[in-house]
Ligand binder design. Structure first.
Ligand SMILES: Cc1ncc(COP(=O)(O)O)c(C=O)c1O
Length: 469
């Protein structure tokens, strides 16, 4: 029996109090971020216990469910939207984008197509125009709003697969890959691991991957690219370039590499999960010079644009190929009046209206705000590097963007220091293995981070590291 619905005087359609309460919890958490320990308070075992237990036999009132959820989750929340979270590559969520995303849940709109979710589609279309303008990719490009750069890489590679096989006279959508001309995927030694997963998901298989040497900061070596391209000339070829090495921030020479790849009739996909945003900064724009020449791009909203999770863009220079590779049709869709867009550019059918939050983030920041965000994060990363050097530690990479790698001597000591910094709670960052060494990896990607946050974090890291000397 649905007891809570039966409560006298209760209107089950009236969510006001519940949503206000939820918003208050979210706001209180966000307000606490500058002062609370960045790490969660509870460990996973305690959180499993708090969430676990038997399936309730009957209903619970929404108010009670909300209270239970907050009680179970709060101790396990990571301060990742806060100003001293430097782990992975994680942006904080901007205020208007956060509110827009809460509305997206409240409005519960399906951005499948314009017949079903016209407002969500219109927001995506407007945001897509602005994103293309900011990233300086062709205005005619198609944009799919997807969950993350992983999904955007997959959409890019599936579209690339369509194109290079069509060029070879093979209809992969109809015939599949069995018996198809063998595709080759040329990637840098230091591509992001999601590229390999996308290659697998596209059915191409990782045996098809040919790797190109990386230069000293982790960008592709264009001379070696020519060697690799020449060795497989004539085969359908996809070249995956990178803007923003996840360890060092290094960006491939997009202009030279794309021109070369096109000479070999390759499709060029750029994984620019965070690094593509260098395009908005006059000071950093040279890092992605030639961006507009590529054939597809993957870029996150939830990293450097500071849109709440999840949000990313699968962009291609060929809307027809994009839609042919990704879309489907069905009898119930014919005559709906919907134009191409929405789900046609993604691997999803029903979809959250992600465009609201992206649109809100871009309106909130404007061009100057996006540029300022990127340039501030880069300057703060440089400040981090300077601070670590001044404290006597080794900065291993060329800090070209927002990523900093720090060495503390041997691997075990580095891991121990990273773990101790995480426990300390002043800030949070992770470790990585780069060029055979364990290193502390710092990413500055949040609009809230200030110089004081960086200085406080440097001081905490130095205190912890020196106490273990
Ligand atoms: C270069 C690069 N590509 C792809 C990804 C995957 O992005 P997401 O987790 O948003 O799917 C990342 C994440 O850090 C990245 O840095």
């Amino acid at each position: 029996m649905d007891q809570w619905i039966e409560e006298p005087g209760r209107d089950p359609g009236d969510l006001r109090e519940l949503l206000v309460r939820a918003a208050e919890h979210a706001a209180a958490f966000r307000a606490s971020l500058p002062d609370r320990p960045v790490r969660p308070q509870a460990d996973l075992a305690a959180l499993r216990e708090a969430f676990g237990g038997p399936l309730p036999p009957g209903p619970t009132s929404p108010e009670k469910v909300l209270a239970e959820l907050v009680a179970a989750a709060e101790p396990g929340l990571m301060g990742s939207p806060g100003p001293r979270f430097f782990g992975f590559v994680v942006g904080g969520a901007l205020p208007a984008a956060t509110a827009a995303d809460m509305l997206a849940a409240g409005w519960d709109q399906n951005a499948f197509n314009a017949a079903l979710g016209p407002a969500g589609i219109a927001a995506e279309e407007a945001a897509a125009v602005w994103i293309k303008e900011l990233l300086q990719v062709p205005p005619s490009a198609s944009v799919g709003f997807v969950t993350g750069a992983q999904a955007a890489n997959t959409v890019g590679l599936v579209t690339a697969r369509h194109h290079v096989l069509a060029e070879a006279g093979w209809d992969v959508e109809r015939r599949g890959l069995g018996g198809a001309p063998q595709i080759r995927v040329v990637v840098g030694d230091e591509r992001h691991a999601t590229i390999d997963r996308s290659v697998r998901l596209a059915g191409i298989g990782t045996d098809a991957i040919a790797t190109v040497r990386a230069d000293r900061n982790g960008a592709i070596d264009v001379v070696d690219l020519e060697r690799v391209l020449a060795s497989g000339a004539g085969r359908p070829t996809i070249v995956c370039l990178q803007a923003g090495n996840v360890n060092t921030g290094a960006c491939d020479d997009l202009r030279a590499a794309t021109q070369l790849a096109h000479e070999y009739r390759g499709w060029v996909h750029v994984d620019g999960a965070f690094g593509l945003w260098a395009a908005v900064s006059p000071a950093k724009r040279h890092l992605v010079d030639g961006i507009e020449l590529a054939d597809s791009w993957a870029c996150d909203g939830h990293k450097w644009l500071n849109v709440p999770y999840d949000s990313a863009f699968a962009i291609t220079s060929r809307p027809d190929a994009h839609a042919t590779a990704m879309s489907y049709t069905a009898a119930y869709l014919t005559g709906s009046g919907a134009t191409t867009g929405g789900a046609d550019y993604t691997a999803e059918s029903s979809r959250r209206s992600r465009g609201f939050a992206v649109w809100a983030a871009l309106r909130e920041l404007g061009r100057e705000g996006v540029t300022g965000l990127v340039e501030r994060c880069c300057a703060l990363a440089q400040r981090f590097a300077d601070g670590m050097r001044a404290a006597g530690f080794e900065v291993v990479n060329d800090v070209v963007l927002n990523q900093v790698l720090v060495g503390f001597g041997d691997d075990a000591r580095t891991d121990e220091i990273v773990a101790a910094v995480q426990r300390d709670g002043t800030c949070w960052l992770g470790a990585t293995t780069w060029r055979g060494r364990r290193l502390m990896r710092i990413s500055v990607s949040n609009h809230l981070t200030t110089e004081a946050d960086v200085d406080r974090s440097v001081a905490a890291i130095a205190r912890i590291a020196l106490s273990r000397a």
